[in-house]
Write a protein that binds this ligand. Structure first.
Ligand code: FES
Ligand SMILES: [Fe+2]
Length: 454
């Protein structure tokens, strides 16, 4: 196990709902995260629709490691560390594109899309003793798996397969990926920006925190409600929605939290989209409801709002079509990559409406996005204080209220206003950092779950 001056286990007491915020600031913990979380968990790389043809590539990251994802000639997908084996220069610079080779800009070593080193300038003169090019190909990401269009990578040969890793979270993810025949695609490009906060603040909020919306987003939601009241027939504002807050009108609401993953949503009676999406989007959801219901069942087909994190760093919001990755950039910065994800079968007109809606609400200048980032940045500033970062935080919401439901919603759940998913996330996080093997990690997770739901 890597040496760290900090006893990680002592900073988390998930059973009691206590977390010491040093976990958001400590540089040793951060290095351990890169090794033990970003080096062992399944990380989202790209959507298949971004690299449809042989030679198509997309540049991304696993933790802080630059990764190039490439469609192979046989249609499969491989991912490589974007690092020249000569002197560690990046070999692929464009965000995405199509290529026959990756040629390093420093001394010109050239690699095929299969990662093999194929060309070394002046090879016979510079390496008269011979150079075994087979040995010096790009380092390949150990495992790549695709789930319904989403491409994931993992450095750890011993990790469980992707489906087992997702566990019950796959049921929630399917609510976005499986609404219509043909699956999903990424619409438009990727919005990228940085926020000066630890990646876990964002990942945890999307896993577990509906609670903040009541307060942090109240002004934005009030403005939208007022605009809609003033022009109830205006399609651009959506129709058929009530202005009473959903937490007052919803019959029931659920939060799910297991193995670091989390999700939450209100039960609704009608396929009503969020107030911040365009009218075309609301209309699309009503028109396609029957197909979605047939494929997903009523509960998931009606779910057009709510938050989700697939541990560690893939988050999305149902109905709003934003899917994002929180790439860590040191203990106190995160780089957000936001994708707009929509049903492939939707018309171009509807896809454009999805993109507009996602950008307006949750783009880098999105009116809801900014409420969230503002909080996280301020928290990170508070934690510069020695006393502050060693003062425990309260994660007791809904403690001991965990239960398993009998209506088809899988996993450990609670009422939406709880911190079940946050407690599960921090427990899993600590278990990954302190365990040497996946067997140990999973044993700890199982033990925690058994203690959570008695
Ligand atoms: S660093 Fe790439 S060729 Fe030298
Ligand atoms: Fe928010």
């Amino acid at each position: 196990m890597s040496a760290t001056a900090v006893n990680v286990d002592a900073l988390i007491d998930a059973a009691k709902g206590r977390v010491t915020p040093l976990i958001y600031t400590d540089p040793d913990i951060y290095q351990l995260e890169l090794e033990r979380i970003f080096g062992r968990c399944w990380l989202f790389l790209a959507h298949e629709s971004q690299i449809p043809k042989a030679g198509d590539f997309f540049n991304t990251y696993m933790g802080e490691d630059p990764i190039v994802v490439v469609r192979q000639k046989d249609g499969s997908v491989k991912a490589f560390l974007n690092q020249c084996r000569h002197r560690s220069m990046r070999v692929s610079y464009a965000d995405s594109g199509n290529t026959r080779a990756f040629t390093c800009p420093y001394h010109g070593w050239s690699y095929g899309v299969d990662g093999q080193l194929v060309e070394v300038p002046l090879e016979p003169k510079a390496y008269p003793q011979g150079l075994c090019k087979e040995k010096w190909g790009l380092r390949e990401v150990t495992r790549v798996e695709i789930y319904k269009g989403l491409i994931f990578g993992n450095w750890d040969a011993e990790a469980p397969d992707l489906k087992s890793y997702m566990g019950n979270m796959a049921w929630y993810l399917d609510g976005v990926l499986d609404r219509r025949e043909g699956g999903t695609e990424i619409v438009g490009g990727v919005h990228k920006w940085t926020i000066n906060c630890n990646w876990k603040l964002a990942a945890e909020q999307f896993a577990s925190d509906q609670y903040h919306a009541l307060f942090s987003h109240v002004s934005a939601v009030a403005v939208l409600g007022a605009a809609r009241d003033a022009a109830p027939e205006d399609k651009a504002l959506g129709t058929g929605q009530t202005n009473r807050p959903v937490w007052e009108t919803a019959k029931d609401a659920v939060q799910f939290g297991e193995a670091g993953h989390g999700s939450g949503f209100f039960f609704t009676e009608q396929p009503d989209a969020n107030v911040w999406v365009d009218g075309e989007v609301s209309e699309y959801y009503r028109e396609t409801f029957d197909e979605a219901e047939q494929r997903l069942g009523r509960i998931r087909a009606l779910r057009l709002a709510g938050h989700n994190t697939l541990f560690p760093t893939l988050s999305w919001l149902n109905g709003t079509a934003t899917l994002r990755v929180w790439h860590p950039r040191g203990p106190d910065q995160v780089e957000v990559w936001a994708f707009c994800i929509a049903d492939k079968a939707a018309s171009d007109h509807v896809k454009a409406a999805f993109e507009r809606s996602a950008t307006r609400a949750f783009g880098p200048a999105g009116f809801l996005e900014q409420d969230d980032s503002e909080n996280w940045v301020e928290i990170q500033k508070v934690l510069k204080g020695h006393q502050a970062r060693n003062t425990a935080m309260c994660l007791e919401m809904g403690l001991n209220g965990e239960r398993r439901r009998d209506d088809g919603i899988p996993g450990i759940t609670n009422y939406i206003f709880s911190e079940t998913a946050a407690r599960a996330l921090y427990r899993r996080w600590a278990d990954l950092l302190i365990s040497d093997t996946w067997e140990e990690i999973n044993q700890r997770t199982q033990k925690f779950q058994e203690e959570t739901v008695k």
